[in-house]
Design a protein around this ligand. Structure first.
Ligand code: AMP
Ligand code: MG
Length: 422
């Protein structure tokens, strides 16, 4: 079957291709999914990583008052000479949290600290390094600019301006930004509930002894990490034996509990896999060959219980790559998040890269800056789809286009840095 699939893909240019491009697969999936509608109010800190359910407007100016950016003296620029120097009368001080109550008059100045309100009358700050304080007089010279070292009210955010838009995933800076306008509660979308299980009779859970030919189930841990980082509520249903009864029950439980059901293994055409047969009863599911490597085949559809379903390949690297390239954009959409196209950079291949066939390859790479400051990428480890170490060691995908062949050392290639450590 593997051979046939390859042939079908290679045929893609001419007659009937059975392989979908990654873009088509993504578009078809998105067209069938709707975002979770429920909104909830959470305290500001709990909004970290959540998706904003509504845009947020600034309720006040930030900064709220025009203030000093430096420690120094608040003055009227008109008092400063074009050449030579001038002595101004020191009439008070303005400290952060303790503003000067009066106006700065002509010939006067006020000692001012960073963040302190600029007193009425003053328009400029002369830094303390540029003056000589002589008791009640402060001597300063020429060459100052009107408004220097002054932060204007509303220069960060103006009252009424949009601070963050709906669909944004709230980050650390956003928490601070929202705090700066006094927002204590945030409207976010309900978290996506994602249930997952692994299929395969060779799989053992941690703590179980390994019989001959058995392996530990690693995909459930990878998926746990990916989904938790994504911000989903995860429901881990364990390893499910490749038996119709067990599979039926697992799909029923998962479909009832979750918005999305993810499985790994059993979607290729292995003789012993019952997953396909059971899925045919459990929902409307298509089996796709997406023109990517690693990663095909991927199953997608909807279970009768209503949940969206993704069947990932069992090979650990294939499962991760299809999750990141196919499932994650779909989860973003369902979670109500605005699509974030990946950052694509150009880097020089530090060594030759193999490529056969006409699929888009997502090789696991290590991106670094070379001696001349140029980006250089090398394979992170051997590229077999079962070699999970390659994902663990990588900090980017090296994306080799469908039409291209092998890459020579020194050629330019596209890389997609991992936004987070996966
Ligand atoms: P399958 O997609 O079920 O044909 O599996 C392809 C390969 O991935 C086989 O070598 C499986 O043993 C392996 N595999 C399947 N599921 C997992 C899993 N959960 N953890 C680690 N390896 C797996
Ligand atoms: Mg299997």
């Amino acid at each position: 079957m593997h051979k046939q699939e390859q042939a079908a893909v290679a045929d893609g240019k001419g007659g009937k291709s059975t392989a979908l491009s990654l873009e088509d697969a993504r578009a078809r999936i998105l067209a069938q999914l709707t975002p979770v509608a429920l909104l909830e109010q959470v305290p500001l800190r709990a909004a970290l990583g959540r998706i904003l359910g509504a845009g947020i407007l600034a309720r006040l100016d930030v900064p709220a008052h025009t203030n000093s950016a430096m420690d120094g003296y608040a003055v009227r620029v008109a008092d400063l000479p074009a050449t030579g120097g001038v002595s101004l009368a020191l009439v008070g001080e303005s400290f952060a949290g303790h503003p000067f109550a009066d106006e700065v008059g002509p010939g006067q100045c006020v000692r001012i600290m960073t963040g302190a309100v600029l007193p009425r009358g003053a328009d400029t700050v002369v830094i303390q390094e540029d003056v000589v304080a002589e008791g009640a007089l402060v001597r300063m010279g020429a060459g100052h600019r009107r408004g220097q070292h002054v932060r204007h009210a509303g220069e960060d955010l103006a009252a009424g301006a949009t601070v963050l838009v709906a669909g944004r995933r709230v980050g650390a800076a956003d928490l601070g930004l929202l705090a700066s306008i006094g927002v204590a509660e945030v409207t976010v979308r309900r978290r996506l509930r994602v249930a997952f299980f692994s299929t395969g009779d060779e799989l053992r859970s941690l703590g179980e002894p390994l019989g001959e030919g058995d392996i530990y189930d690693s995909n459930r841990y990878t998926l746990y990490g990916l989904l938790t980082r994504f911000g989903a509520e995860v429901i881990d249903l364990g390893v499910v034996r490749d038996e119709p009864v067990a599979l039926r029950e697992a799909f029923a439980r998962a479909g009832a509990a979750a918005d999305v059901v993810l499985t790994s293994g059993g979607v290729s055409v292995g003789a012993a896999d019952h997953v396909r047969d059971v899925l045919a009863e459990a929902g409307e599911v298509d089996f796709w060959k997406i023109n990517m490597k690693p990663g095909k085949p991927v199953a997608f559809g909807r279970l009768h219980a209503g949940a969206a379903f993704f069947g990932l390949p069992g090979n650990p690297v294939s499962a991760m790559v299809t999750f990141l390239q196919v499932v994650r954009p779909a989860l973003d959409h369902m979670a109500g998040a605005t699509a974030q196209p990946p950052l694509v950079l150009t880097a020089r291949a530090g060594e030759p890269l193999e490529k056969g066939g006409r699929r888009r390859e997502f090789q696991r790479g290590l991106l670094a800056s070379g001696d001349d400051g140029e980006l250089v990428v090398r394979p992170a480890a051997p590229q077999g789809s079962g070699i999970l170490r390659s994902m663990s060691a990588a900090n980017c995908f090296i994306v080799l286009p469908e039409e291209g062949g092998p890459v020579a050392a020194g050629d330019l290639v596209c890389v997609e840095p991992f936004a987070e450590g996966w």
